[in-house]
Design a protein around this ligand. Structure first.
Ligand code: CA
Length: 224
């Protein structure tokens, strides 16, 4: 099913690491483990994985946030973060880090595997025909996966881009958080609707007044 996709798991708790490892292998992934940040970076550079599962709290001089930042600076490799606290979620998904997704401990290994599958399906999805969607002063170039405001490119995390593209493709329609989760995160997503709000907040922060996105009270959001 996973066609031998390679996953590096960076997690210092051996029980969690082994559990994640076991479930991913059962689903057909090849898994490499690392218990601290330095080893994690080495494993990632050695094995060029399809996805990284990354714990936020790691021993040593590099924690999960440092690694995420470093990886993002050099590639768009999919990253699934393991967080211990809800308060970390904003940072993890946020502007500076841009992880693709997260699960909060304690999590079910089944849920984690479902997330991994969903992220990889998106990452390896069929290439779309190029289209440029426009809303207000924002242009969404689906072929180049680029967003421009007044012609200037704006850097978005992968999921922020997917969300904006979904809004742009459904311009003028009020979309509920659940519809957005289904459309952007996929039907097997098991997270909560707050995820949508976190990403919308990031889009607003990055695109500012150029983004004609309205909060529809009691429903969700509408791009005009
Ligand atoms: Ca840890």
């Amino acid at each position: 099913m996973a066609d031998g996709a390679v996953v590096v798991v960076v997690e210092d708790d051996p029980n969690i690491a082994d559990l994640v490892d076991m479930y991913l292998r059962k689903d057909g992934y090849r898994v490499y483990q690392a218990a601290d940040g330095r080893t994690g970076l080495d494993r990632i550079r050695d094995h060029n994985p399809d996805l990284v599962v990354l714990d936020v709290g790691l021993p040593g001089d590099l924690d999960g946030l440092d690694i995420c930042r470093r990886l993002r600076a050099e590639s768009d490799i999919p990253i699934l973060m393991l967080t211990a606290r809800d308060t970390e979620i904003d940072r993890v998904l946020g502007l500076e880090l841009g992880a693709d997704d997260y699960v909060t401990k304690p999590f079910s290994p089944r849920e984690l595997v479902a997330r991994v599958r969903a992220i990889l399906r998106r990452a390896h999805g069929p290439t779309e025909t190029r289209a440029i969607l426009a809303a207000g002063d924002v242009e969404v170039d689906t072929g180049r996966r680029e967003v421009r405001v007044d012609g200037e490119p704006v850097a978005l995390a992968a999921r922020e881009f997917d969300l904006l593209r979904h809004f742009a493709a459904n311009c003028g329609l009020a979309l509920s958080r659940q519809q957005l989760l289904d459309g952007v995160w996929g039907h097997d997503w098991v997270g909560d609707e707050r995820t949508v709000d976190v990403h919308v907040r990031q889009l607003r922060k990055k695109l500012g007044d150029a983004l004609p996105l309205t909060t529809v009270w009691g429903v969700g959001y509408r791009l005009d």
